[in-house]
Design a protein around this ligand. Structure first.
Ligand SMILES: C[S@@+](CC[C@H](N)C(=O)[O-])C[C@H]1O[C@@H](n2cnc3c(N)ncnc32)[C@H](O)[C@@H]1O
Length: 232
């Protein structure tokens, strides 16, 4: 089922052919720069500050983050539905960030930007207490135990998200992988920074539009879970 509704503005996606992308970029990109002796020239650039003035027409900081924004369906739909809210997507695959920014400029959107960056290097360049909510939707599963270190979700991830959220701000989570859900709940339970909401459904999930992976799951009948972690 496609959860787009008549009230959800939509664009003609056929104008924007999706580039061919590898499933994963090189494995270095999922680990912080300080863990590498040599950093590959295609490693996502590090940041010391945000460039709100060049990312958003009103030059104001983002108040919403889409962490691991993929092909950007959620980001674009969020920007269309909330024209006065700046949303910043973070994506480790450069070609996808470029693709999304092409859609943003093609549609003349003023309040969205996709940043080629790896979450492994943190969000220190975002002001503390400035983000109303962040989403981390359908993350890469990295199912093999030895690859778990490439998952962005960790105690460090929770600390960095907690730091940027406003008091009571939420991190919205969705996954179609049971083992990812169990892993994330374990990480959350070991932290005192967030409280976990009950599972959400269409009536309690606050977004009326879908992500790319969610559309895939809906089309194939693959179940998924959604919930929020609220900043304590
Ligand atoms: C399975 S896709 C889901 C994309 C989108 N959120 C959706 O629901 O359709 C996960 C995305 O997270 C990105 N990603 C994984 N690790 C990342 C990291 N360390 N930093 C930034 N993006 C990352 C991947 O490149 C991929 O595009």
């Amino acid at each position: 089922m496609d959860r787009r509704t008549a009230e959800t503005p939509e664009i003609d996606w056929s104008k924007y052919p999706v580039p061919r992308v590898r499933h994963h970029v090189n494995s270095q990109a999922y680990l912080p720069a300080h863990q590498h002796l040599f950093v590959h020239h295609q490693y996502p650039p590090l940041r010391t500050d945000a460039e709100w003035g060049s990312w958003f027409a009103n030059s104001k900081p983002a108040s919403v983050l889409d962490l691991g924004c993929g092909r950007g369906a959620f980001l674009i739909r969020h920007a269309l539905t909330h024209p006065n809210v700046n949303i910043l997507g973070v994506e480790v695959r450069e070609s996808l960030a470029d693709y999304i920014n092409g859609v943003i400029s093609g549609e003349g959107l003023k309040n969205a930007h996709a940043l080629w960056y790896t979450l492994a290097n943190g969000l220190d360049w975002i002001q503390p207490g400035s983000i109303d909510y962040a989403v981390y939707l359908f993350p890469d599963p990295w199912p093999k135990k030895r690859h778990h270190k490439r998952r962005a979700f960790s105690q460090g991830f929770l600390k960095m998200v907690h730091r940027v959220l406003v008091p009571g701000g939420r991190l919205y989570l969705a996954t179609d992988r049971e083992n990812v859900d169990a892993y994330q709940r374990e990480v959350l339970s070991a932290s005192s920074l967030f409280s976990i909401s009950p599972l959400m459904d269409d009536t309690t999930w606050p977004f009326r539009f879908t992500t790319d992976q969610q559309m895939f799951c809906d089309a194939k009948g693959i179940p998924y879970v959604r919930y929020a972690a609220e900043k304590c």
